[in-house]
Design a protein around this ligand. Structure first.
Ligand SMILES: NC(=O)CC[C@H](N)C(=O)O
Length: 360
């Protein structure tokens, strides 16, 4: 059916809507620049509340596959596509993107001039958008901005779930984790307890874990202001690694501030410099908020990595504790695996702490 994506600034782009409802689908319009990875993007809980525009012109050409999704559901509010392949031309393809979007009840709008749309967002910044067939029925009070709406509460696990049976026990604070994180940890020999975002310190103590991973997740880290004292206590007690939203939360917990980028980093080829080694990794990214570099000086954190494109903070470590964090995604999915060694670094910090404890 003919439809529209309308931006909050009044710009209108036409296309063909598949799925969706009459009252329209609202969300923050953001764009993803990877050439592949649409299935992982659609199923990454960090995209809750957002309408994702793919800059790559052809989406769906290798279909939907088993074992690729990052969660049970499609998480993005809607997808915006230039050309959508009717079928998946890959031997592992099980369904088409259009069918799967329908099954998952997530609208997609295709045949859109995504290049013009993304140029508009690059110039004016990420903003609210609605996908609708009815231009007269738009009601912006239906829009829940990611800056204000507590999406983490929707996507975080409600009870503790355990994966793997390895000897190293890791608690994963779940703000909307991607499955690839659990796969990475279990493959390295961990038992992983996925815990709700507001799990108290005492529960972590009771679980008797060796280390803690703070996951990715949707929305503004400041939505979890009330929990920061817990994260600070937990991260002070255990070897800790944090990814994306987790990185932002620990930066807040240890005295830095966060701010919003104009249009964020979402893609699979963001170059990140490790300051100590002067080595560059190509990284997978998906974030709209960032740690404010002007506030690091007043915090307990030190900058370890920066983005080569815009100089923004990509990694931090605590000045004393075995605690390090990255803004990007070492679990990739989608994207390059250059920064995979960070998981080994996390395990090494856990082993070191165990040795210190044994010899103490
Ligand atoms: N992938 C993530 O964890 C995203 C973090 C946060 N929601 C942001 O947009 O910056």
């Amino acid at each position: 059916m003919k439809g529209y994506i309308v931006l909050e600034n009044g710009e209108v782009f036409t296309g063909k809507i598949i799925g969706g409802n009459e009252s329209g689908t609202y969300g923050e319009a953001v764009f993803f620049t990877g050439m592949t990875g649409y299935q992982e993007v659609a199923t990454d809980p960090s995209y809750r509340g957002q309408i994702v525009i793919f800059t790559y012109p052809l989406i769906g050409n290798y279909g939907i596959q088993d074992y690729t999704s990052q969660s049970e559901e499609w998480q993005a509010n809607a997808l915006v596509i230039g050309e959508c392949s009717e079928e998946g031309y890959h031997y592992l393809s099980k369904k088409s993107v259009m069918n799967e979007a329908n099954n998952m009840n997530v609208p997609i709008i295709v045949d859109v001039d995504t290049r013009a749309l993304v140029k508009c967002l690059r110039e004016q910044g990420a903003m609210g958008a609605v996908i609708t067939t009815d231009l007269d029925g738009i009601d912006w009070s239906n829009y829940q901005p990611v800056d204000e709406y507590p999406f983490v509460k929707e996507v975080s696990t409600k009870q503790i779930e355990t994966y793997g049976a390895g000897e190293t026990h890791i608690a994963l604070y779940d703000f909307g984790h991607k499955r690839a994180m659990i796969q990475e940890l279990t493959q390295l020999g961990a038992k992983v307890s996925v815990v709700p975002f507001d799990t108290p310190y005492e529960t972590i103590q009771h679980l008797d874990v060796d280390g803690v991973l703070f996951s990715n997740g949707p929305g503004n880290p400041k939505q979890l202001e009330h929990e920061l004292h817990i994260y600070r206590k937990v991260a002070s007690a255990y070897p800790t690694f944090a990814i994306c939203l987790g990185h932002q939360l620990l930066a807040l917990a240890f005295g830095a501030d966060t701010k919003k980028l104009k249009f964020g980093h979402r893609g699979a080829n963001q170059p990140v410099l490790e300051i100590a080694t002067q080595k560059v990794d190509m990284t997978a990214q998906n974030h709209g908020f960032v740690v404010d570099d002007e506030t690091i000086g007043h915090s307990e954190m030190q900058v370890t990595h920066v983005n080569i494109n815009d100089g923004s903070i990509e990694g931090l470590k605590h000045e004393e504790l075995p605690l390090f964090t990255v803004q990007y995604h070492p679990e990739a999915s989608p994207g390059p695996k250059d920064s995979h060694p960070l998981f080994h670094q996390f395990f090494a910090s856990i082993e070191k702490k165990k040795e210190v404890t044994i010899h103490a």
